[in-house]
Design a protein. Structure first.
Length: 246
């Protein structure tokens, strides 16, 4: 079973549109972890799952303290009580306060292509480990022509970043170099033309992502979202749009 998740990471709107359009065409209901307001995500709140992607760091645009970060992200429209921390930056206190804010599922452990079943952590959060992350796959220099045999029974979680998918990143440093050319404002405001200019034309991470999703579809391996997975649905309850506490 493959669960497709997307970390927004302040991606520009055209990159979010291209990624979600692709998943929609393949019949995939993604779980999107949001960092900021996105018209494309918000217009799809009835069809996709939306959780939160807080960044707990003094340099975070979400705020300087745990409390400030949680207030910022809870104000983003979302419809499931699930979160994943940007850069997996987490600690007991941020987890505890996210739970107090209503979160029930966390996805803060990223393996390198290992199947680790979901588990309940010491606080009582359902932790859903990641099997495949685009950035981690590039970081570990795995081949970009690899063929995947999807897991039929086990839950495997894919984590896609819209910018890696759209740019078709061929190597970890390729994206690092691109990021250095843009300020935060320029990055989030990138136009479709600018994105097209950055696209890598050779073998890149996009082919690997497409192959893993298509292989799961072809073998009849179920593609499910987090809240629709039998393992979590009863604990999460019926999805409804949650908004700010204030
Ligand atoms: Zn992130």
């Amino acid at each position: 079973m493959l669960i497709v998740t997307v970390d927004l990471d302040w991606a520009p709107e055209p990159a979010i549109e291209e990624t979600l359009d692709f998943l929609q065409e393949r019949g995939v209901i993604p779980t999107v972890f949001v960092t900021h307001r996105s018209p494309r995500v918000e217009s799809s709140l009835g069809e996709i799952e939306v959780g939160l992607h807080p960044f707990f760091h003094p340099d975070s645009s979400h705020g300087k303290t745990i409390e400030e970060v949680i207030d910022s992200v809870m104000a983003l429209p979302h419809n499931i009580p699930a979160f994943r921390c940007h850069r997996y930056a987490t600690c007991n206190e941020s987890n505890r306060q996210m739970m107090e804010a209503g979160m029930k599922v966390a996805s803060n452990i990223c393996t390198d292509l290992e199947i680790v079943p979901p588990f309940i952590d010491r606080l009582g959060l359902i932790q859903v480990p990641i099997y495949f992350e685009d950035g981690g796959y590039l970081w570990n220099c795995h081949p970009l022509t690899k063929s995947f045999k999807p897991a039929e029974e086990a839950i495997t979680v894919m984590n896609i970043h819209p910018m890696h998918f759209v740019v078709n990143t061929p190597a970890f440093d390729y994206m690092v170099q691109i990021k250095r050319q843009f300020t935060r404002e320029q990055w989030i405001g990138m136009s479709r033309q600018q994105l097209d200019h950055l696209k890598y034309q050779g073998d890149g991470i996009r082919r690997v992502i497409v192959e893993l999703i298509d292989a799961s579809n072809e073998t009849g391996s179920l593609i499910r979202s987090i809240a629709k997975s039998p393992r979590f649905s009863t604990k999460i309850g019926k999805a409804k749009v949650l908004r700010a506490r204030h």
